[in-house]
Design a protein around this ligand. Structure first.
Ligand code: FE2
Length: 254
């Protein structure tokens, strides 16, 4: 696609529609939260007011990052119960699953990062002023890279629910934040994983900003007796689908 500038020069511009692969499938309407959602107040302050600009991918974007070699991951990166001198307080859980692409193909070498509150619902972050105890043995952040089967796994502590100032008596359902980084620095997706049966689901505008009921269910992990470690840890399973009819809802990046 080209455009003619005021000086008469013809300039090639990136056309995302023309360059979309023919196998691309749209995600269903309402599968992802909108940039601005009235019930989630702060989105109205920080969502973009201008149309997004599409940037062409160059060799820089498509050749990096080389994750496995660059990160030098350690076992403590994916086991959040081993990151301090002592053991964190709370229910020890294993969270695992697979990352799939549009066609259901497992995605290897995908960097999966998580961050979360501790068992009392408090983040180890200076801006978190919620009057719940900090856990000196829990930092609440981890990362791993998917294996050849697209599988990730974390050992962590089940996070607690926490109040937030969005509206009167607002509580977030217990959740773990996820970030996925694909084969390019421009391919970052952010979402949240929830736990089955949480009583706060009907009251949470962030959870309900995903307007499609089936899509909301895809943000909820399932208890997995098969992944538990006897006498050690409970387990929850959560698969992530990047696109297509069964896509996991992602927060819009901007
Ligand atoms: Fe959170």
């Amino acid at each position: 696609m080209s455009t003619t500038q005021s000086d008469g020069a013809v300039r090639q511009i990136y056309d995302p529609v023309a360059e979309t692969p023919t196998s691309y499938r749209r995600d269903p309407e309402g599968a992802h939260p909108p940039l601005s959602y009235p019930g989630y107040k702060s989105t109205q302050l920080r969502h973009p007011k201008q149309p997004l600009l599409y940037l062409p991918q160059t060799i820089t974007e498509v050749t990096g990052p080389q994750l496995q070699a660059a990160l030098d991951l350690k076992p403590t990166d994916s086991d959040l119960t081993l990151q301090a001198a002592g053991e964190p307080i709370g229910e020890r859980i294993i969270v695992s699953g697979h990352v799939y692409d549009t066609e259901g193909k497992p995605l290897r070498d995908t960097l999966v990062e998580i961050w979360q509150a501790n068992a009392a619902g408090r983040y180890a972050h200076r801006w978190d002023r919620w009057a719940a105890p900090l856990d000196p043995n829990f930092k609440g952040a981890g990362r791993c890279v998917t294996d050849a089967d697209g599988r990730y796994e974390f050992t962590t502590i089940r996070p607690g629910a926490y109040p937030w100032g969005n509206h009167y008596n607002a509580w977030r359902p217990a959740h773990i934040h996820f970030s996925l980084l694909g084969r390019a620095f421009t391919q970052r997706l952010v979402t949240q994983m929830y736990f089955p049966g949480d009583p706060f689901f009907p009251y949470d505008p962030i959870f309900n900003s995903v307007r499609d009921e089936a899509a909301r269910q895809r943000m909820i992990s399932s208890f997995s007796i098969h992944d538990t470690r006897p006498n050690w840890a409970q387990a929850f399973h959560w698969d992530i689908y990047l696109r297509g009819p069964g896509a996991t809802p992602f927060e819009e990046a901007f």
